[in-house]
Design a protein around this ligand. Structure first.
Ligand code: GLU
Length: 478
């Protein structure tokens, strides 16, 4: 493992350093800490697929970090940079993330070394099914053992192929659909899963801004509305976070960084329009009404209140951390701030809402989807109309009382409309996610505020989650 004097720790080393920082503050047997830290197993597979008249060989991984709870959970990413070190770091983060938000899983992660943009849809389907086949036959995709989900470069389309592949290989498994989450809604998915990680980032920020002492600690003041935000990466996570924060909370997205550079606009960018522009033009360059720079990374250092890295790991590192101007960093990506950068930002008083909490919305809604699949019924199906009829009887009774007694007040039509409507699946998912994000924030922030030896929210988050994982191992007698 690298120490803090090496040039820049690898992603895997960064996670270990952060873990060790927390363990040093805990009263835990060192052997148990080591057991939790290590990645239990990593499976590497190389398989060939006949494409365009020749056989192409692909390399994929599925790392299982901790099996203190099963199934283990975590996404599958498609990217050229995928390697064993990365999937193991990401699998470890999944363990801590699931523990923090009380999703009853161990941590896992998978990846395929591929640039998905180089392939046609039918080719990607062939590759995905073949990769899934390799993992399914080793129970590395299984409703009660290992449940993947989307990550960078994958989405509901790939999850639908994986689910179908599992079903073909397990024709009598009634719980087959629970073998993967993030499926399309008409393929066993759940409303609100696609937006979930971005929605979770929004709920995390809303909760942060409910705590004046935390706002002050970051050197900020006031509310979320009108805060200047820079977002790195307008993929699924960054796009939804940016969209909700400006459309619903009144924040201004003053800069967006993408592959080909960055655009900025002090009065706030129109995220929907920008998203469409990127789809049509393959980048942000030329987006009307905004300033463009080809040096995207420089935008990480631009003036703003909040910086949301929602793309790759390691983008804020020892080299640029000293120049970051944001007061608050929300880690929508996994591992965007290296352990080296962490220390620099801490000395500048920058507050970081850590990845294992900030991007936990995805796995939280994955958990709801898995429960839905196992219970074979949509959330709210039994109680929705019952709730509506009970609400209606209250409203009818209030109206009868007011007219009988000649009371002059009237229920506003808007209130009636809202109150009479039973919750849809999407509303229930959002409510469950909001509740989870508020609860986990407070578990983490209370430790941060209460302990003078806990310097930042990341260490606090590790303390809470390692404590839960240790408790699970100890309950088993380890
Ligand atoms: N890939 C996402 C993450 O890193 C989601 C994982 C899941 O839903 O299992 O948290």
């Amino acid at each position: 493992m690298s120490n803090t004097t090496s040039p820049e720790p690898s992603f895997r080393d960064s996670v270990d350093i952060m873990f060790n920082r927390a363990v040093a503050l805990m009263d835990m047997p060192l052997g148990l800490a080591e057991k939790i830290r290590v990645c239990n197993a990593t499976y590497t597979v190389r398989f060939g697929v006949r494409l365009r008249g020749e056989i192409k060989t692909f390399t994929g991984y599925r790392a299982v970090h901790s099996e203190h709870m099963e199934p283990v959970k975590g996404g599958i990413r498609y990217a050229l940079g995928v390697n064993q070190d990365e999937v193991e770091a990401l699998a470890a983060l999944m363990t801590y993330k699931c523990a923090l938000v009380d999703a009853p899983y161990g941590g896992s992660k998978g990846g395929l070394r591929i640039d998905p943009r180089e392939y046609e849809e039918h080719e990607l389907e062939q590759i995905t099914r073949r990769f899934a086949y390799e993992l399914i036959k080793r129970d590395l995709i299984h409703p009660s053992q290992n449940v993947p989900a989307p990550d960078m470069g994958t989405g509901e389309r790939e999850m639908a192929w994986i689910a179908d592949q599992y079903q073909r290989m397990n024709t009598t498994d009634i719980n087959a659909r629970a073998c993967v989450t993030g499926k399309p809604v008409n393929g066993g998915g759940i409303q609100g899963r696609t937006e979930a990680t971005g929605r979770g980032v929004q709920y995390a920020l809303q909760e942060f801004f409910r705590h004046p002492e935390d706002i002050k600690a970051a050197g900020l003041s006031g509310k979320l509305d009108d805060k200047a935000i820079i977002v790195q990466g307008l993929g699924n996570v960054g796009y939804h976070a940016a969209k909700f924060l400006c459309e619903e909370d009144g924040a201004r997205i003053v800069g967006v960084i993408e592959r080909d550079g960055a655009v900025s606009c002090a009065s706030g960018l129109d995220i929907e329009a920008l998203k469409e522009w990127i789809a049509e033009n393959n980048g942000v360059k030329g987006f009307p009404g905004a300033d463009y720079t080809a040096d995207g990374a420089s935008m990480l250092e631009a003036s703003c209140d909040i910086l949301i890295p929602a793309a790759l790991e390691g983008v804020i590192n020892r080299e640029n951390a000293g120049r970051v101007q944001a007061r608050l960093i929300v880690e929508a990506a996994n591992g965007p701030v290296t352990a080296g950068a962490d220390a620099i930002l801490l000395s500048k008083g920058v507050v970081i809402i850590p990845d294992m909490y900030a991007n936990a919305g995805g796995v939280t809604v994955s958990y709801f989807e898995w429960v839905k699949n196992l219970s074979h019924i949509r959330f709210g199906r039994m109680e929705r109309r019952r709730e509506e009829s009970r609400n209606k009887s209250i409203v009818d009774e209030l109206e009868r009382l007011s007219s009988d007694k000649g009371i002059s007040w009237q229920l506003t039509p808007n209130f009636k409309e809202k109150y009479l409507k039973g919750a849809s699946e999407l509303e229930l998912v959002r409510s469950g996610l909001d509740d989870t994000m508020r609860g986990a924030y407070n578990d983490m922030a209370e430790v941060w505020r209460a302990r003078s030896d806990v310097p930042d929210m990341r260490t606090a988050a590790y303390l809470v989650s390692i404590g839960k994982v240790a408790g699970a191992y100890q309950a088993k007698g380890l």
